[in-house]
Ligand binder design. Structure first.
Ligand SMILES: [Zn+2]
Ligand SMILES: [Zn+2]
Length: 270
């Protein structure tokens, strides 16, 4: 099975466990590599993100663990940069580029905050129209590399579907057209899209992001994938990986990308 994860949150942002607890769990699970990706600061989500002052001790702690556990596991210092975060002021081992908020009428609307907040913004700013919300989301998403040129991974490309199961919502043909257009635009950058099982571990979804139809579009564009658990809890570091691999294979992939000390490398799927 997959024994790496490059999307890991800790007590430095909105995770439950400390970085060292995450490392110990990864070693116990036989992982060969673990990448940390604390949420970069964003004003609206201050409770969930690291402010600029916190990013320094975060880096120091991950670098300490990298050294301490170097004979047992490869540890990487990354960050999950939101499209609205201030520009990065440090060269991380890698950067996940993600959209967590859209702007409408000058107001930030979170995509993946609570279901109540999502629903209230959907009604107030988009007249209850999920496609209109998704349109704003993908308009922001296609700008990812203008705003985050250092981005190495495209994070959870269809995060906007987080609450579809709770809302018993089925995506429309218009939605899939918009999503595929965004994928085609982002594909030009040649960077991997993420298969992300985080919402499974947290009980919001029964399947990983992205939807199989979108994953097939990513495959047709010739883009690679990274399989990540977007982990906020050390017990779920490899949550949903078997399902993610089966999904990837179903959609035509036979390899995935992993970060090594030599850089990003393609590996056969297990
Ligand atoms: Zn995210
Ligand atoms: Zn994340």
């Amino acid at each position: 099975m997959i024994k790496t994860n490059f999307h890991t949150h800790t007590t430095f942002c909105d995770g439950r466990d400390t970085p060292e607890q995450m490392v110990e769990s990864a070693i116990e699970k036989g992982f060969s590599a673990l990448g940390f990706s604390g949420h970069a600061y964003f004003v609206l989500d201050a409770a969930f993100t690291m402010d600029l002052a916190q990013q320094k001790p975060y880096r120091a702690e991950i670098l300490r663990l990298k050294e301490k556990y170097k004979n047992e596991i490869d540890i990487f210092l990354g960050i999950e940069q939101d499209s609205w975060s201030p520009a990065l002021d440090y060269k991380y081992d890698y950067v996940i580029a993600s959209v967590h908020n859209v702007q409408k009428d000058g107001v930030y609307c979170p995509v993946d905050n609570t279901l109540e907040i999502m629903k209230s913004n959907l009604d107030r700013y988009f007249g209850g129209d999920m496609d209109a919300f998704a349109e704003a989301y993908f308009e922001e998403t296609v700008r990812l590399f203008d705003k985050i040129p250092e981005g190495d991974i495209i994070g959870h490309i269809d995060l906007v579907t987080k609450y579809d199961e709770q809302l018993s919502y089925r995506r429309t043909p218009r939605y899939f057209r918009m999503a595929k257009q965004a994928i085609a635009q982002l594909a030009k950058y040649g960077r991997p899209f993420e298969i992300n099982t985080g919402a499974m571990g947290r009980g919001y979804r029964s399947a990983p992001y992205p939807d199989p139809e979108l994953l097939r579009a990513i495959r047709r564009e010739g883009c690679p994938i990274v399989i990540n658990s977007d982990c906020h809890n050390k017990d779920y570091l490899d949550c949903g990986f078997a399902q993610a691999v089966a999904l990837a294979r179903d959609c035509g992939f036979d390899s995935h990308m992993v970060l090594t000390k030599q850089g990003w490398e393609s590996r056969p799927l297990p």
